[in-house]
Design a protein around this ligand. Structure first.
Ligand code: GLY
Length: 303
Protein backbone atom coordinates (compact mmCIF):
# COMPACT_ATOMS: atom_id res chain seq x y z
CA UNK A 1 0.00 0.00 0.00
CA UNK A 2 1.22 3.43 -0.93
CA UNK A 3 2.00 5.77 1.92
CA UNK A 4 1.86 8.74 -0.47
CA UNK A 5 -0.84 11.20 0.49
CA UNK A 6 -3.11 12.02 -2.46
CA UNK A 7 -6.35 13.94 -2.56
CA UNK A 8 -9.31 11.58 -2.53
CA UNK A 9 -11.01 11.03 -5.89
CA UNK A 10 -14.32 9.54 -7.04
CA UNK A 11 -15.47 8.44 -10.51
CA UNK A 12 -19.01 7.19 -11.07
CA UNK A 13 -20.77 5.86 -14.20
CA UNK A 14 -24.40 5.11 -15.03
CA UNK A 15 -23.77 2.47 -17.72
CA UNK A 16 -22.36 2.41 -21.26
CA UNK A 17 -25.87 2.01 -22.69
CA UNK A 18 -27.54 4.59 -20.44
CA UNK A 19 -28.63 8.06 -21.50
CA UNK A 20 -26.42 11.07 -20.92
CA UNK A 21 -29.64 12.88 -19.96
CA UNK A 22 -29.46 11.04 -16.65
CA UNK A 23 -25.98 12.27 -15.77
CA UNK A 24 -27.42 14.34 -12.91
CA UNK A 25 -27.93 10.97 -11.15
CA UNK A 26 -24.19 10.27 -11.46
CA UNK A 27 -23.35 13.74 -10.12
CA UNK A 28 -25.57 13.16 -7.09
CA UNK A 29 -24.00 9.73 -6.54
CA UNK A 30 -20.46 11.17 -6.74
CA UNK A 31 -21.43 13.87 -4.20
CA UNK A 32 -22.72 11.17 -1.84
CA UNK A 33 -19.40 9.33 -2.22
CA UNK A 34 -17.37 12.46 -1.49
CA UNK A 35 -19.52 13.25 1.57
CA UNK A 36 -18.91 9.72 2.83
CA UNK A 37 -15.18 10.07 2.17
CA UNK A 38 -15.19 13.28 4.22
CA UNK A 39 -17.10 11.54 6.99
CA UNK A 40 -14.84 8.55 7.63
CA UNK A 41 -12.14 8.42 4.92
CA UNK A 42 -13.08 4.87 3.89
CA UNK A 43 -12.87 4.51 0.10
CA UNK A 44 -15.13 1.42 0.11
CA UNK A 45 -17.89 3.10 2.12
CA UNK A 46 -17.69 5.98 -0.37
CA UNK A 47 -17.97 3.70 -3.43
CA UNK A 48 -20.95 1.92 -1.85
CA UNK A 49 -22.65 5.26 -1.06
CA UNK A 50 -22.41 6.19 -4.75
CA UNK A 51 -23.72 2.85 -6.03
CA UNK A 52 -26.57 2.80 -3.50
CA UNK A 53 -27.69 6.21 -4.82
CA UNK A 54 -27.63 4.87 -8.40
CA UNK A 55 -29.53 1.71 -7.42
CA UNK A 56 -32.25 3.89 -5.84
CA UNK A 57 -32.42 6.35 -8.75
CA UNK A 58 -34.75 4.20 -10.89
CA UNK A 59 -33.37 5.41 -14.25
CA UNK A 60 -30.31 3.15 -14.38
CA UNK A 61 -30.14 -0.61 -14.94
CA UNK A 62 -29.46 -1.51 -11.30
CA UNK A 63 -31.51 -1.88 -8.13
CA UNK A 64 -34.91 -0.19 -8.56
CA UNK A 65 -34.31 0.48 -12.28
CA UNK A 66 -33.23 -3.06 -13.23
CA UNK A 67 -34.35 -4.52 -16.54
CA UNK A 68 -36.90 -7.34 -16.49
CA UNK A 69 -35.91 -10.83 -17.58
CA UNK A 70 -37.46 -12.16 -20.77
CA UNK A 71 -40.47 -13.57 -18.91
CA UNK A 72 -41.53 -10.01 -18.15
CA UNK A 73 -41.80 -10.70 -14.42
CA UNK A 74 -38.43 -11.68 -12.95
CA UNK A 75 -35.57 -9.33 -12.07
CA UNK A 76 -32.15 -10.88 -11.45
CA UNK A 77 -29.34 -8.61 -10.23
CA UNK A 78 -25.58 -8.87 -9.70
CA UNK A 79 -23.32 -6.65 -7.57
CA UNK A 80 -19.78 -6.56 -6.21
CA UNK A 81 -17.36 -4.69 -3.97
CA UNK A 82 -13.57 -4.84 -3.56
CA UNK A 83 -10.92 -2.73 -1.83
CA UNK A 84 -7.26 -2.68 -0.89
CA UNK A 85 -8.06 -3.47 2.74
CA UNK A 86 -8.85 -7.02 1.59
CA UNK A 87 -12.61 -6.74 1.42
CA UNK A 88 -14.15 -8.67 -1.50
CA UNK A 89 -17.83 -9.57 -1.87
CA UNK A 90 -20.25 -10.34 -4.69
CA UNK A 91 -23.78 -11.46 -5.30
CA UNK A 92 -25.22 -13.05 -8.45
CA UNK A 93 -28.71 -13.87 -9.74
CA UNK A 94 -30.30 -12.04 -6.83
CA UNK A 95 -34.05 -11.41 -6.75
CA UNK A 96 -36.08 -9.00 -4.65
CA UNK A 97 -33.45 -7.08 -2.70
CA UNK A 98 -33.53 -3.29 -2.95
CA UNK A 99 -29.78 -2.67 -2.74
CA UNK A 100 -27.69 -5.60 -4.02
CA UNK A 101 -24.46 -3.64 -3.39
CA UNK A 102 -25.20 -3.63 0.36
CA UNK A 103 -25.58 -7.41 0.21
CA UNK A 104 -22.25 -7.74 -1.65
CA UNK A 105 -20.67 -5.69 1.16
CA UNK A 106 -22.23 -7.93 3.83
CA UNK A 107 -21.07 -11.08 2.00
CA UNK A 108 -17.47 -9.82 2.31
CA UNK A 109 -17.84 -10.40 6.09
CA UNK A 110 -18.98 -14.03 5.67
CA UNK A 111 -16.65 -17.03 5.11
CA UNK A 112 -17.37 -16.65 1.33
CA UNK A 113 -16.76 -14.09 -1.38
CA UNK A 114 -19.92 -14.71 -3.43
CA UNK A 115 -23.47 -15.90 -2.81
CA UNK A 116 -26.00 -16.52 -5.58
CA UNK A 117 -29.71 -17.02 -6.09
CA UNK A 118 -32.00 -18.15 -3.28
CA UNK A 119 -29.21 -18.49 -0.70
CA UNK A 120 -28.15 -14.91 -1.33
CA UNK A 121 -31.73 -13.70 -0.93
CA UNK A 122 -32.14 -15.66 2.31
CA UNK A 123 -28.97 -14.09 3.67
CA UNK A 124 -30.28 -10.64 2.71
CA UNK A 125 -33.51 -11.31 4.62
CA UNK A 126 -31.55 -12.65 7.61
CA UNK A 127 -29.57 -9.42 7.92
CA UNK A 128 -32.65 -7.26 7.39
CA UNK A 129 -32.01 -5.78 3.94
CA UNK A 130 -35.25 -4.41 2.43
CA UNK A 131 -37.02 -6.10 -0.50
CA UNK A 132 -37.23 -4.42 -3.92
CA UNK A 133 -40.01 -1.91 -4.51
CA UNK A 134 -42.82 -3.01 -6.90
CA UNK A 135 -41.95 -2.93 -10.62
CA UNK A 136 -42.26 0.56 -12.04
CA UNK A 137 -44.11 1.59 -15.20
CA UNK A 138 -40.69 2.60 -16.59
CA UNK A 139 -39.36 -0.98 -16.15
CA UNK A 140 -42.48 -2.43 -17.81
CA UNK A 141 -42.31 0.03 -20.72
CA UNK A 142 -38.63 -0.82 -21.33
CA UNK A 143 -39.58 -4.49 -21.40
CA UNK A 144 -42.36 -3.95 -23.94
CA UNK A 145 -39.87 -2.13 -26.16
CA UNK A 146 -37.43 -5.05 -25.88
CA UNK A 147 -40.06 -7.62 -26.86
CA UNK A 148 -40.88 -5.59 -29.93
CA UNK A 149 -37.23 -5.63 -30.98
CA UNK A 150 -36.89 -9.35 -30.19
CA UNK A 151 -39.66 -10.06 -32.66
CA UNK A 152 -37.59 -8.45 -35.41
CA UNK A 153 -34.64 -9.86 -37.33
CA UNK A 154 -31.99 -7.39 -36.12
CA UNK A 155 -29.97 -9.04 -33.30
CA UNK A 156 -30.82 -7.42 -29.99
CA UNK A 157 -27.61 -8.81 -28.52
CA UNK A 158 -24.77 -8.17 -31.00
CA UNK A 159 -23.88 -11.30 -32.97
CA UNK A 160 -26.67 -13.46 -31.45
CA UNK A 161 -29.69 -14.54 -33.49
CA UNK A 162 -32.83 -13.43 -31.59
CA UNK A 163 -34.41 -16.86 -32.10
CA UNK A 164 -31.64 -18.50 -30.01
CA UNK A 165 -33.37 -17.15 -26.90
CA UNK A 166 -36.61 -18.89 -27.85
CA UNK A 167 -34.78 -22.15 -28.64
CA UNK A 168 -32.95 -22.19 -25.28
CA UNK A 169 -35.86 -20.78 -23.21
CA UNK A 170 -35.72 -21.91 -19.55
CA UNK A 171 -38.49 -20.01 -17.79
CA UNK A 172 -41.60 -21.61 -16.29
CA UNK A 173 -43.87 -19.49 -18.48
CA UNK A 174 -43.90 -19.59 -22.30
CA UNK A 175 -42.04 -16.99 -24.35
CA UNK A 176 -44.56 -14.64 -25.88
CA UNK A 177 -43.11 -12.33 -28.45
CA UNK A 178 -45.81 -9.82 -29.33
CA UNK A 179 -47.32 -8.85 -32.14
CA UNK A 180 -33.38 -1.40 -26.65
CA UNK A 181 -31.56 -4.19 -25.56
CA UNK A 182 -30.04 -3.19 -22.24
CA UNK A 183 -26.83 -4.30 -20.68
CA UNK A 184 -25.82 -1.58 -18.32
CA UNK A 185 -24.14 -1.52 -15.01
CA UNK A 186 -23.60 1.25 -12.51
CA UNK A 187 -20.27 1.58 -10.78
CA UNK A 188 -17.97 3.72 -8.68
CA UNK A 189 -14.23 3.77 -8.08
CA UNK A 190 -12.68 5.70 -5.22
CA UNK A 191 -9.18 6.65 -4.10
CA UNK A 192 -9.00 7.56 -0.42
CA UNK A 193 -6.61 10.24 0.80
CA UNK A 194 -4.88 7.43 2.74
CA UNK A 195 -3.87 5.73 -0.55
CA UNK A 196 -6.48 2.95 -0.37
CA UNK A 197 -8.62 2.11 -3.43
CA UNK A 198 -12.13 0.68 -3.72
CA UNK A 199 -14.66 -0.28 -6.37
CA UNK A 200 -18.39 -1.12 -6.26
CA UNK A 201 -20.67 -2.27 -9.11
CA UNK A 202 -24.33 -3.19 -9.50
CA UNK A 203 -26.49 -4.28 -12.43
CA UNK A 204 -29.87 -5.63 -13.42
CA UNK A 205 -27.97 -7.71 -15.98
CA UNK A 206 -28.74 -7.87 -19.65
CA UNK A 207 -31.94 -7.86 -21.64
CA UNK A 208 -32.63 -10.24 -23.30
CA UNK A 209 -31.31 -12.95 -21.02
CA UNK A 210 -32.14 -16.51 -20.07
CA UNK A 211 -33.06 -17.20 -16.44
CA UNK A 212 -29.91 -17.62 -14.34
CA UNK A 213 -27.69 -15.54 -16.62
CA UNK A 214 -24.69 -13.91 -14.88
CA UNK A 215 -22.60 -11.18 -16.51
CA UNK A 216 -19.26 -9.60 -15.71
CA UNK A 217 -20.31 -7.33 -12.84
CA UNK A 218 -19.99 -9.86 -10.00
CA UNK A 219 -16.89 -11.59 -11.43
CA UNK A 220 -13.64 -10.34 -9.94
CA UNK A 221 -11.17 -9.18 -12.59
CA UNK A 222 -13.91 -8.91 -15.23
CA UNK A 223 -16.36 -6.19 -14.14
CA UNK A 224 -14.28 -4.87 -11.27
CA UNK A 225 -10.83 -4.90 -9.70
CA UNK A 226 -8.92 -2.98 -7.02
CA UNK A 227 -5.23 -3.27 -6.14
CA UNK A 228 -2.42 -1.17 -4.68
CA UNK A 229 -2.10 0.86 -7.90
CA UNK A 230 -5.76 1.69 -8.50
CA UNK A 231 -9.33 0.55 -9.01
CA UNK A 232 -11.23 -0.20 -12.23
CA UNK A 233 -14.92 -0.77 -13.03
CA UNK A 234 -16.30 -1.90 -16.39
CA UNK A 235 -19.71 -1.57 -18.02
CA UNK A 236 -21.11 -3.10 -21.19
CA UNK A 237 -22.02 -6.52 -22.47
CA UNK A 238 -20.78 -9.02 -19.90
CA UNK A 239 -20.49 -11.90 -22.38
CA UNK A 240 -17.79 -9.90 -24.18
CA UNK A 241 -16.16 -8.27 -21.15
CA UNK A 242 -15.41 -11.58 -19.40
CA UNK A 243 -13.47 -12.85 -22.42
CA UNK A 244 -10.92 -10.08 -21.86
CA UNK A 245 -10.83 -10.20 -18.02
CA UNK A 246 -11.28 -6.52 -18.69
CA UNK A 247 -10.93 -4.86 -15.28
CA UNK A 248 -7.82 -6.86 -14.33
CA UNK A 249 -6.28 -6.40 -17.78
CA UNK A 250 -6.68 -2.61 -17.60
CA UNK A 251 -5.46 -2.60 -13.99
CA UNK A 252 -2.30 -4.37 -15.14
CA UNK A 253 -1.57 -1.61 -17.65
CA UNK A 254 -2.11 1.02 -14.94
CA UNK A 255 0.20 -0.86 -12.56
CA UNK A 256 2.82 -0.94 -15.33
CA UNK A 257 2.73 2.88 -15.39
CA UNK A 258 0.58 3.54 -18.48
CA UNK A 259 -1.21 6.94 -18.25
CA UNK A 260 -4.79 6.35 -17.15
CA UNK A 261 -6.54 7.78 -20.24
CA UNK A 262 -4.36 5.59 -22.48
CA UNK A 263 -5.03 2.45 -20.43
CA UNK A 264 -8.82 3.01 -20.53
CA UNK A 265 -8.83 3.76 -24.26
CA UNK A 266 -6.78 0.61 -24.92
CA UNK A 267 -9.36 -1.37 -22.92
CA UNK A 268 -12.30 0.08 -24.87
CA UNK A 269 -10.46 -0.56 -28.16
CA UNK A 270 -10.47 -4.31 -27.44
CA UNK A 271 -14.14 -4.30 -28.53
CA UNK A 272 -15.84 -3.78 -31.86
CA UNK A 273 -18.02 -0.71 -32.41
CA UNK A 274 -21.28 -2.65 -32.00
CA UNK A 275 -20.37 -3.72 -28.44
CA UNK A 276 -21.28 -1.18 -25.74
CA UNK A 277 -18.36 -0.82 -23.35
CA UNK A 278 -17.18 1.70 -20.79
CA UNK A 279 -14.51 1.93 -18.11
CA UNK A 280 -13.85 4.13 -15.09
CA UNK A 281 -10.68 4.07 -13.00
CA UNK A 282 -8.61 5.82 -10.38
CA UNK A 283 -4.84 5.46 -10.06
CA UNK A 284 -2.42 6.96 -7.54
CA UNK A 285 -2.47 10.30 -9.34
CA UNK A 286 -5.36 10.26 -11.87
CA UNK A 287 -9.10 9.68 -12.22
CA UNK A 288 -10.76 9.05 -15.60
CA UNK A 289 -13.52 7.45 -17.65
CA UNK A 290 -13.74 6.22 -21.25
CA UNK A 291 -16.50 4.66 -23.36
CA UNK A 292 -17.44 4.02 -26.98
CA UNK A 293 -20.90 5.38 -26.07
CA UNK A 294 -22.10 8.67 -24.60
CA UNK A 295 -21.88 7.19 -21.08
CA UNK A 296 -23.26 9.23 -18.17
CA UNK A 297 -20.51 9.72 -15.60
CA UNK A 298 -19.21 12.09 -12.92
CA UNK A 299 -15.74 12.71 -11.53
CA UNK A 300 -14.97 14.61 -8.31
CA UNK A 301 -11.85 15.29 -6.27
CA UNK A 302 -11.56 15.87 -2.55
CA UNK A 303 -10.19 19.34 -1.79
N1 GLY B 1 -22.23 -5.46 -17.59
C1 GLY B 1 -23.46 -5.93 -17.12
C2 GLY B 1 -23.79 -7.28 -17.55
O1 GLY B 1 -23.39 -7.72 -18.61
O2 GLY B 1 -24.48 -7.96 -16.81
Amino acid sequence: MSTRQQAGAVVVHGGAGASREHEDGCVLAARRALAQLEANGDALDAAIAAVTALEDDGRFNAGSGSVLCLDGATVEMDASIMDTRGRLGAVACLQDVKNPVLLARAIADTPHWMLAGEGAQRFARAIGLPASPPLSERQRANHRKLLGRMAGSVPVMPGIDNSLFARTWNYKTPLELPQGSACDTVGAVVRGADGHFAVACSTGGSAPSLLGRVGDSPIVGCGFYAGPDGAVAATGIGEHIVRHLLARTVYGWIADGMPLAQALQRGVDLFGPDIDVGLIAVSRSEAASCSNRDMPQARMMQR
